[in-house]
Design a protein around this ligand. Structure first.
Ligand SMILES: *[C@@H]1O[C@H](CO)[C@@H](O)[C@H](O)[C@H]1NC(C)=O
Ligand SMILES: *[C@@H]1O[C@H](CO)[C@@H](O)[C@H](O)[C@H]1NC(C)=O
Ligand SMILES: *[C@@H]1O[C@H](CO)[C@@H](O)[C@H](O)[C@H]1NC(C)=O
Ligand SMILES: *[C@@H]1O[C@H](CO)[C@@H](O)[C@H](O)[C@H]1NC(C)=O
Length: 214
């Protein structure tokens, strides 16, 4: 079947081309995030060290406070970093300092802010390093989001779904046809040998056919 072959090739090419920018969230507790110094404080809802008013605002209830460098390897084209600081911090992307964050004076050191966003990176592996600018300044990391193009089988799945649906319909139809044939055959067998006498008064059509026989 030539046409279905073409359709198959089309579906394959759609699957290959389709990719969707997808966000992934890393909590401060994610195993892939490296704290080069032992954290000063870790907030979580159940350890009682941080107030519930604060932890209830955090992603998954946790944050990590450090005066050392935070190393975050990721693969993606965009990155969003949510944290609070005491003092400024430096963002270093793949070995180059790209941004210095100063918390606006109008905010509090407990306010979690979007400190750095970059949506113009190559969708490739990167290493982000966040460091307090001076000694005794610190960073309180809540979470990060990175965006990465993930191949998706959406369009392929829709075409696949149609094919599956058509196949199911064909199977149902053939089962239906088989069942109908069987019923007709059984009916024929069942009526065989029954004398069609004059007692079939309520079946005018049968009477007509008998009349025609004469
Ligand atoms: C990913 O998250 C960022 C920050 O919250 C948001 O601006 C962006 O629209 C999101 N992108 C997608 C594809 O969900
Ligand atoms: C949220 O925290 C719980 C433990 O409190 C942990 O098991 C879970 O993995 C965390 N979820 C994320 C997305 O980090
Ligand atoms: C914030 O405060 C610091 C020191 O108090 C000052 O040097 C700086 O100019 C202030 N920044 C703004 C945006 O007001
Ligand atoms: C964002 O990433 C691009 C590509 O790596 C870089 O050239 C640019 O300086 C970065 N901008 C910020 C604000 O980090």
């Amino acid at each position: 079947m030539r046409s279905s072959g073409c359709l198959g090739a089309l579906a394959l090419s759609c699957v290959a081309v389709q990719a969707m920018l997808t966000n992934f969230t890393l909590d401060d507790t994610a195993p892939s995030i490296v704290y080069t110094e032992a954290p000063i404080l870790r907030c979580s809802p159940d350890d009682g060290e941080c107030s519930p008013d604060f932890t209830s605002q955090l992603f998954n209830g946790t944050s990590t406070m450090t005066d050392g460098t935070i190393v975050i390897p990721f693969t993606g084209s965009a990155m969003f970093v949510y944290l609070s600081t005491l003092g400024d911090c430096i963002f270093n992307l793949d070995g180059t300092d790209v941004f210095e964050f100063s918390r606006p004076n109008s905010t509090h050191s407990d306010d979690i802010l979007l400190a750095w966003a970059n949506t113009s990176m190559a969708d490739a592996p990167h290493i982000l390093r966040i460091s307090p600018k001076l000694e005794d300044w610190f960073i309180q990391l809540d979470y990060v989001i990175y965006s990465h193009n993930v191949p998706t089988f959406r369009r392929g799945a829709i075409i696949g779904g149609t094919v599956v649906g058509a196949l199911a319909a064909a199977v149902l139809l053939s089962i239906g046809a088989f069942w109908l044939k069987r019923r007709v055959r059984q009916k024929r067998v069942a009526t065989r040998g029954i004398p069609l006498g004059d007692n079939w008064v309520d079946k005018p059509s049968l009477r007509v056919s008998r009349d025609e026989e004469k």
